[in-house]
Ligand binder design. Structure first.
Ligand SMILES: [Zn+2]
Length: 269
């Protein structure tokens, strides 16, 4: 039995907790292979209502454990566990931030994207953050909100800091941030984008049928892939899974997974 288990979990280093959310929920990472090797990071659940990304990454983790991974891989299924709970279960799941969440979204929270403090994690990374902040204000986003408020300063949020600290501590060679929706892949961020990014992006696009695209306006800067490209000058990607309106329906998970499965394996090539 023990040998059989070992076979299933070959190369599995284990679960580590990157940090805790503002409500105290753990932010888990699962590392397959040697954690001191160059790691590929695949992360999801940045935005509350995009919880399908979490399911997709857990399913992929399951396949990786069964089939074995050639390269060291780190899966972070849910960067924003509080926002995810708020989107699924409502304001009651946001602890001491319940009043704030209710004030921002009085009736329903299923489209909630931010963390429990009303900060959009993917606007909170230190990549041209000041400029993004200016654009937020021009769009009347001046304080805690369900989406697109970047916080008081870059990495002001525990969730953002947790994943940044991980990238600073480990030898991360490339990152993939999973969002929904649109069936598009973003790979470019200013002049720090490494040359190999475009080729890999094309490979991912060929494997999935997802289009390559360039973000605009409030989708430029402040994001995880932007920060990673700028700080490390290594490849970073945002992949928008599925098509429709967030939250994507639960029963579309299988179909989405089957469509992008080949692409997911290319991510860890
Ligand atoms: Zn998103």
């Amino acid at each position: 039995m023990r040998e059989k288990l070992y076979e299933v979990f070959k190369g599995f280093t284990g679960r580590i907790v990157l940090g805790k959310s503002h409500c105290g929920r753990p932010i888990d990472a699962f590392i397959l292979g040697n954690q001191n090797d160059e790691l590929t990071v695949m992360a999801g659940g940045f935005h509350g209502s995009e919880w399908l990304t979490i399911l997709i990454l857990i399913k992929f983790l399951n396949d990786l454990l069964k089939e074995g991974s050639e390269s060291a891989t780190c899966i972070i299924p849910c960067v924003n566990p509080d926002g995810t709970e708020i989107a699924i279960s409502g304001a009651n799941s946001s602890g001491k931030y319940k009043d704030l969440v209710e004030k921002i979204s009085p009736n329903k929270t299923e489209c909630w994207q931010a963390n429990a403090r009303g900060v959009d994690i993917n606007h909170n990374f230190d990549a041209n953050w000041e400029n993004l902040r200016k654009m937020e204000i021009e769009n009347n986003i001046t304080g805690p909100a369900a989406t697109r408020f970047g916080g008081k300063s870059p990495e002001s949020e525990l969730e953002t800091k947790a994943i940044c600290d991980f990238c600073r501590k480990f030898n991360v060679k490339k990152v993939f941030a999973f969002h929904s929706q649109g069936e598009v892949i973003y790979w470019n961020y200013g002049n720090k984008t490494p040359h190999e990014s475009e080729n890999l992006a094309k490979k991912l696009s060929d494997a999935s049928g997802y289009e390559l695209d360039f973000p605009e306006g409030l989708a430029v800067g402040g994001g995880f892939k932007d920060w990673f490209i700028e700080k490390f000058q290594r490849p970073g990607f945002t992949i928008e899974i599925g098509k429709g309106k967030n939250p994507l329906p639960l029963d579309s998970a299988e179909k989405i997974y089957n469509k992008i499965k080949k692409m997911l394996w290319h991510c860890i090539d």
